[in-house]
Design a protein around this ligand. Structure first.
Ligand SMILES: NC(=O)c1ccc[n+]([C@@H]2O[C@H](COP(=O)([O-])OP(=O)(O)OC[C@H]3O[C@@H](n4cnc5c(N)ncnc54)[C@H](OP(=O)(O)O)[C@@H]3O)[C@@H](O)[C@H]2O)c1
Length: 253
């Protein structure tokens, strides 16, 4: 086994963040989990002795420093950050989209991820043992699609941030990477469609989407690379997904 790591995961209450927590806890790593639905994090940590959690709303400028302060002594050992907290809201052209959705996406996916990462850097730099920052971007940030202008732009920002931060951190041994998933069956679509379960279900019908565990194993593979190897940018889709929006099922389901 790799030596145990101390890894912070944002958005760990659901989907990709939760799958990363499950997979990495199973590998014996120590985890600090953040999200707004702490009841879910509490339930997870009750079953995993190497995990702790805290309330974290990355879109709230006061929440990040409070989370950091609360866990400062644990964070002194931190050598990993997985930024999974994020969301899409709505699937309408910009002209009929909601202003509040736009603001929440930018506050969460862009400002939240930037500020969370910045707040973690003093800890990641202090021990001089290197580390990993893995940002969950999206295929939407690589290949734009109709009705995805704001969400795609937030994820394009995550990609550019990743590559520029790697330059800022050159020589420190901190690897900075972005994982850009295609369609993954999580609560993502339920959130996107404002709780409309029927519409959310349709997003994953007629083909075989990725499971959040598929992204977790990708993240674990990245973390497990020897220190001199960085997987800078990993675009992962279901085999049935041929571009940002189209699916062609390989075989009947
Ligand atoms: N599913 C896909 O098809 C897909 C594809 C490409 C990229 N992604 C990206 O993958 C990441 C994870 O999404 P998912 O698919 O796992 O969706 P999900 O199941 O809805 O999980 C999203 C997570 O983000 C957290 N979150 C949302 N807003 C937050 C905030 N303000 N502060 C802290 N945590 C917040 C949620 O926790 P709380 O609500 O408890 O705070 C939840 O744990 C996102 O960045 C998303 O953009 C998803």
């Amino acid at each position: 086994m790799q030596h145990p790591r101390h890894i912070v995961i944002t958005g760990a209450s659901s989907g990709i963040g939760l799958a990363c927590a499950q997979h990495l806890a199973g590998l014996g790593h120590s985890l600090l989990l953040g999200a707004r639905r702490t009841d879910r994090l509490e339930a997870f940590c009750a079953e995993h002795t190497n995990c702790r959690f805290g309330y974290l709303d990355v879109a709230d400028p006061k929440s990040i420093p409070a989370f950091i302060e609360e866990h400062a002594s644990w964070l002194a050992h931190a050598d990993g950050l997985i930024n999974s907290a994020g969301l899409a809201l709505g699937a309408a052209p910009l002209q009929t989209s909601l202003e509040e959705d736009l603001i929440t996406m930018v506050d969460t996916n862009v400002k939240g991820l930037f500020s969370m990462t910045r707040a973690m850097l003093p800890f990641l730099l202090a021990h001089k043992r290197g580390g990993d920052i893995i940002n969950i971007g999206s295929i939407a940030g690589v290949f734009p699609y109709r009705t995805g202008s704001v969400y795609g732009a937030t994820k394009a920002a995550v990609q550019v941030f990743t590559h520029a931060l790697r330059m800022d951190l050159g020589g420190t041994g901190i690897r900075v990477s972005v994982v850009e998933p295609g369609k993954v069956e999580t609560e993502f679509s339920l959130v996107r469609f404002h709780g409309d379960a029927a519409q959310a279900k349709k997003a994953y019908e007629g083909y075989r989407p990725l499971r959040p565990e598929d992204i977790a194993t990708t993240v674990a593979f990245m973390l497990a690379q020897p220190a001199h190897v960085t997987l800078q940018q990993v675009l992962v889709t279901a085999t049935d997904q041929i571009n940002a929006t189209e699916v062609v099922p390989v075989t009947p389901l």
